[in-house]
Ligand binder design. Structure first.
Ligand code: ZN
Ligand code: ZN
Length: 320
């Protein structure tokens, strides 16, 4: 039985015995048509987490950069990952993307405009789904490079992103460790780019999963670089340099999530073969070892303070 078929079967069971009864109970059957897709996304998400786990756990055990006396600080990152990859977030992402994309396409077609797809713009791509998929991935990753780089450039934005950098025990679980507001900004950013380049709704969650696998691996506590291929895919060494204690803050390097080519092109790449300790020396301890809620609240406070400073420097909010 193919993997696809196994996923569909599991999703089918979930739909039949879990989701449909809940929808029925709350009189939400209008959503029934999408129930199977929701389940499939959860199953894919769970599979992606398990795959990442199966690849990274042995590597972190055999080739760690650091060995920690206890791994308590890692636990909160596990929570972030499950919430973001298997929980409600991917379902909301998909449902929203599906609806907004169907609505905008319908709106435009009614007015006589057929939105172009990558294949209609570049006919060479017709019948080459893998290449098309790769180009979509490159475009999304380019957008991600600039989002990440900008999040280091603005005081208020870095105040949020500091939560991601605060982790001293960085592991493959750390990728999703982000402030909720930062997550919403990333989501909207990704979402709008996905709409502009007209990604087919079914490919969107798959693209996200594929890119996320590389991102998780790049956070792993593994002494691993891709040697002469370091410029091709972001390695744990490459991204660790971005998280290096000295690099943390508003001037950093190695911003790319998946393809380091953006750092090479925009001159922010650093290929030194070093494995630095990670963290942000200026981050308050609550942001480092606090619970999920403590981290979110502390992040919000820092964000608010930074906004105040940014406004003050613009001359907004001064006493009249
Ligand atoms: Zn960063
Ligand atoms: Zn990171």
């Amino acid at each position: 039985m193919s993997l696809d078929r196994i996923f569909s079967n599991i999703a089918g069971y979930m739909e039949q015995y879990l989701v449909l009864p809940v929808l029925f109970h709350f009189h939400w059957m209008a959503w029934g048509d999408l129930a199977f897709d929701w389940c499939l996304i959860c199953v894919y998400g769970l599979f992606a987490v398990l795959l990442t786990y199966a690849v990274c756990v042995p590597l972190e055990y055999w080739y760690p950069v650091e060995r920690w006396p206890d791994r308590k600080a890692v636990l909160v990152d596990v929570f972030y990952t499950l919430l973001n990859r298997v929980g409600v977030v991917p379902v909301i992402t998909f449902v929203l993307f599906y609806h907004v994309q169907t609505w905008t396409t319908g709106f435009l077609v009614e007015r006589g405009f057929i939105p172009p797809t990558l294949e209609s713009l570049i006919p060479f791509l017709l019948g080459r789904p893998l290449l098309t998929f790769l180009i979509y991935a490159l475009i999304l990753d380019f957008a991600e490079y600039w989002r990440h780089r900008l999040s280091h450039s603005f005081r208020w934005w870095y105040a949020l992103h500091a939560l991601h950098h605060a982790q001293r025990q960085m592991s493959f679980w750390s990728d999703d460790r982000n402030h909720l507001i930062d997550d919403i900004i990333s989501f909207l950013w990704f979402f709008v780019i996905g709409l502009i380049i007209n990604i087919p709704p079914v490919q969107f969650p798959l693209l996200v999963l594929g890119l996320k696998f590389i991102e998780s691996l790049s956070h792993a506590n593994i002494r691993l670089s891709f040697g002469p291929l370091e410029w091709l895919i972001v390695s744990p060494r490459f991204h660790r340099f971005h998280h290096g204690l000295r690099a943390a803050g508003r001037n950093s390097c190695n911003y790319a999530s998946v393809f380091p080519v953006w750092d090479v092109l925009f001159r922010t790449a650093d290929f030194q073969d070093k494995y630095l300790p990670t963290g942000d020396a200026r981050a308050p301890e609550a942001l480092v070892t606090g619970s999920y809620v403590t981290q979110q609240v502390t992040g919000l406070k820092l964000f608010w303070q930074a906004l105040g400073k940014s406004w003050a420097s613009l001359g907004i909010g001064r006493a009249a």
